[in-house]
Design a protein around this ligand. Structure first.
Ligand code: T3D
Length: 261
């Protein structure tokens, strides 16, 4: 297995497990990732999804060795097939996941590995993690959703810098760019990231899922549509057990215990 699926409390941890290839994405791994994301999405007991890598890398993108046969024979690989069959479903599953998704970026992220991290709601990183939108190095354009996510997260100027210059972005710069949400020293990273994922998994899952959907959807609508969308989502959120618990906890001056329901 090149993807391990590990349930820790209410969180599912997906670990890309090909450390010898720096967690490059071959077809079986992408297939397993899509299946695991689909299962996590459908399981109401899963209240957060964390994506990480085994060993010293987070993920270095497409497994270029998998395409080696085509290149050696002088044939262009069928990139449309790879993008539509594997990467697009993974991007959609992460975006549409009705619960928080976190990239736990333990080490180097390159190419579609960056794209995967960008497709998650939050990025938690070790200070050992470095980022490179490596596509231009092999004369490709950024893909797997990165042209959509990156300018929205860091702005067009920085997105262009990463895409055209292809320089490494170190942890402090990633934080300054807004590319990552938190950075911890490598030795503290596993514990801190685990605690952050657990905290999110203990949250009011339905409201968090609706909040991410609203924020994503409302990037492309006018104010009136956004107001209507918020109202509909708020009516639904106001009917949840977690809303009642949150208000009761406030009035009782105690921390809330959310059930994700
Ligand atoms: O299908 C499509 O639609 C195409 C889509 C493409 C999307 C993309 O993701 S394109 C971008 C692909 N990624 C890259 O170009 C990054 C390639 N890797 C590197 O530049 C370097 O490995 C790093 C700078 C990330 C790390 O360098 P270093 O020196 O720390 O490690 P290394 O020795 O280069 O790599 C260690 C092993 O991982 C090595 O295997 P070996 O020789 O020991 O057997 C290396 O070949 C392997 N590896 C690294 N990256 C990939 C890979 N194997 C397959 N595919 C990779 N992308």
């Amino acid at each position: 297995m090149t993807l391990t699926v590990d349930r820790r409390g209410a969180a599912t941890w997906l670990t890309i497990d090909r450390p010898e290839a720096l967690n490059a994405l071959d077809s079986p791994t992408k297939q397993a990732l899509a299946e695991a994301l689909s299962a996590a999405s459908a399981d109401p007991g899963v209240r957060a999804v964390a994506l990480t890598g085994a060993g010293r890398a987070f993920c270095v993108g497409q497994d270029l060795r998998e395409l080696e046969g085509a290149y050696r024979e002088g044939r262009a690989p069928d990139l449309a097939d790879a993008l539509e069959r594997h990467y697009a479903p993974i991007c959609r599953l992460l975006a549409e996941m009705p619960k928080p998704t976190l990239a736990v970026v333990n080490g180097v992220a390159a190419g579609a590995g960056v794209s995967l991290a960008l497709a998650c709601d939050l990025r938690l990183a070790s200070d050992a993690a470095r980022w490179r939108l490596a596509f231009s190095g092999i004369a490709l354009v950024p893909d797997a959703g990165s042209t959509w996510h990156l300018p929205r997260l860091v702005g067009l100027s920085r997105a262009l810098e990463m895409a055209l210059l292809g320089d490494w972005v170190e942890a402090d710069q990633a934080l300054a760019f807004g590319l990552v949400n938190r950075v911890w020293p490598a030795e503290e990273f596993p514990g801190e990231a685990e605690a952050a994922v657990a905290a999110l998994a203990a949250g009011p899952t339905l409201a968090l899922g609706r909040a991410k959907a609203l924020l994503r959807d409302h990037l492309q609508v006018g104010l009136d549509e956004a107001l209507a969308g918020e109202a509909a989502a708020q009516v639904a959120s106001g009917q949840t057990k977690d809303h009642a618990e949150g208000v009761a906890a406030f009035l009782d001056k105690r921390p809330p215990t959310f059930q994700g329901a």
